[in-house]
Ligand binder design. Structure first.
Ligand code: UT7
Length: 330
C-alpha cells in the first residue's frame, strides 16, 4: 500500500468582486446584516462568459506548476461541483479537454460542500492501491449563475461566491500524506438544502411552474442547516483524531468548509480551541461550496500556516446532508 500526498495546490477566483453593498441593487439587504450573520464582506462572481470549467482550468494549471506535473502525467481527473457547465457530461470532462488530455478517466462528484473531501478520499484509494500515480482533484463552482438575485432568495444569495481550488495527489515517499478520510451522508433532511429543478422527480423539469416558483434556485432552511453543521463538524473532526490517535492539541490547523464565520466560531468552541486553529477566509470569498476547502487550503499553505510535519484536518458539511474529514500530515 502506498500513502498519497498533496504535491500541488492552486486556486482561482473570477476578477469581478461584489461588495455586500453591491447586492442592494437586487435585494433588500445590508452590509451590516451580511457581516454580522455570516462574516462575509465580499465575493467573486463569474462573468457571463465564464464557466466552472474555466475556473477549474486556471486553478489546475497553478496546482500542476507547484507539483511540477505536466498534463500528460495526470491519470485521473476528479471535479467536485454542483455548477456543471452543462446538464451532462460533467465538468471533469470539460476540464480534461481544456487541459488537452485524452483517454484518462474523468468524473464529477455532486456532494456539494463535502465534495472536495469526498474526491480526496476517492483519489486516496486509487493512489494507495497503485492503480493511479497522479490525480487532479478540483473543487469548482459558478453558483452566481443560478442563485435567486431577489429578496426572496436573499438568505442564500448573499452567501454564495464563485471560484475553484485544485490539488495534485501523488504517491508519498515518506511519512507525510493523507492519514485518513471519513465520508458520511444522511438524506432524510435533504430538502433543507437543495435545488429542486431541473430534475426528473415528477413535474420538476423546466416548465412555467418551476420557473414561477423559483425551483431552479437553491433553497436553504438556514437555521436547521446551521444546527446540523455545528454538530457534524466537531463529530467528524473527532473521528479523524481518534482514527489517528491524535488530540486536538496535535492539530496545527483545521480547515473547515467556509459556510459561515459563526459556524466556524461555534466549531472552534466545541473543539476547545481558538480561531487561530480554525482557518477562515470567508470574508473574501463567501461560501464557494465545493471550492471552499481547496481555496482555503491553498491560501493557508501560501500564508505559511502549514509547514512540513504539521498535522491538519480538512472538515466539510453541507447539502445532503453530507459531511466528511481528511487528516493529513504535511
Ligand atoms: O454551505 C452549506 C452549509 N450552509 C450553511 O451551513 C449555512 C447555515 N445557515 C446560516 O449560515 C444562517 O442560517 C444564515 C446566514 C443563512 C441566516 O442567518 P440566521 O441568523 O439564521 O438568520 P435567519 O434565517 O433566522 O433570518 C433572520 C432574519 C429574517 O427576518 P425576520 O423573519 O426575523 O424578520 C430574515 O428574513 O433576517 C432576514 N434575512 C435577511 N435580512 C437581510 C434573511 N436574509 C437576509 C439578508 N439580508 N440577506
Amino acid at each position: 500500500m502506498y500513502r498519497s500526498k498533496i504535491t500541488g495546490l492552486g486556486f482561482h477566483v473570477p476578477d469581478r468582486i461584489l461588495k455586500n453593498d453591491d447586492l442592494k441593487q437586487w435585494m433588500d439587504t445590508s452590509d451590516e446584516w451580511i457581516r454580522e450573520r455570516s462574516g462575509i464582506q465580499e465575493r467573486h462572481w463569474v462573468s457571463e462568459k465564464e464557466a466552472a470549467s474555466d475556473l477549474a482550468l486556471a486553478a489546475s494549471k497553478k496546482a500542476m506548476i507547484m507539483a511540477g506535473v505536466g498534463a500528460d502525467e495526470i491519470d485521473l481527473v476528479i471535479v467536485a461541483t454542483i455548477s456543471s457547465d452543462y446538464f451532462f457530461p460533467g465538468v471533469a470532462n470539460q476540464l480534461q479537454s481544456k487541459l488537452g488530455l485524452r483517454t484518462v478517466g474523468t468524473f464529477d462528484i455532486k456532494v456539494a460542500c463535502s465534495a472536495f473531501v469526498y474526491g480526496l478520499s476517492i483519489a486516496d484509494q486509487f493512489i494507495k492501491t497503485g492503480q493511479h500515480k497522479t490525480i487532479l482533484i478540483v473543487g469548482a463552482e459558478a453558483q452566481s449563475k443560478y442563485i435567486d438575485l431577489t429578496t426572496r432568495g436573499r438568505d442564500m444569495g448573499v452567501l454564495f461566491g464563485d471560484g475553484a481550488g485544485a490539488a495534485i495527489l501523488q504517491q508519498s515517499g515518506d511519512e507525510s500524506g493523507i492519514l485518513s478520510t471519513h465520508i458520511h451522508s444522511d438524506g432524510a433532511d435533504m430538502k433543507n438544502l437543495w435545488m429542486e429543478a431541473p430534475g426528473t422527480s415528477g413535474n420538476n423539469w423546466m416548465n412555467r411552474e418551476t420557473l414561477k416558483n423559483g425551483l431552479h434556485h437553491p433553497y436553504m432552511n438556514g437555521r436547521e442547516v446551521f444546527r446540523n453543521a455545528v454538530r457534524r463538524f466537531p463529530e467528524v473532526i473527532h473521528e479523524a483524531l481518534e482514527e489517528n490517535n491524535l488530540s486536538i492539541e496535535d492539530i496545527k490547523l483545521v480547515i473547515p468548509h467556509q459556510a459561515n464565520y459563526r459556524i466556524s466560531q461555534a466549531v472552534a468552541k466545541r473543539l476547545g480551541v481558538g480561531m487561530d486553529v480554525v482557518y477562515s477566509n470567508i470574508h473574501k470569498y463567501g461560501n464557494t461550496t465545493a471550492a471552499s476547502i481547496p481555496i482555503a487550503l491553498t491560501e493557508a499553505h501560501a500564508e505559511g500556516r502549514i509547514e512540513r510535519g504539521d498535522h491538519i484536518i480538512l472538515a466539510a458539511f453541507g447539502a445532503g446532508y453530507s459531511w466528511a474529514s481528511a487528516a493529513i500530515r504535511w
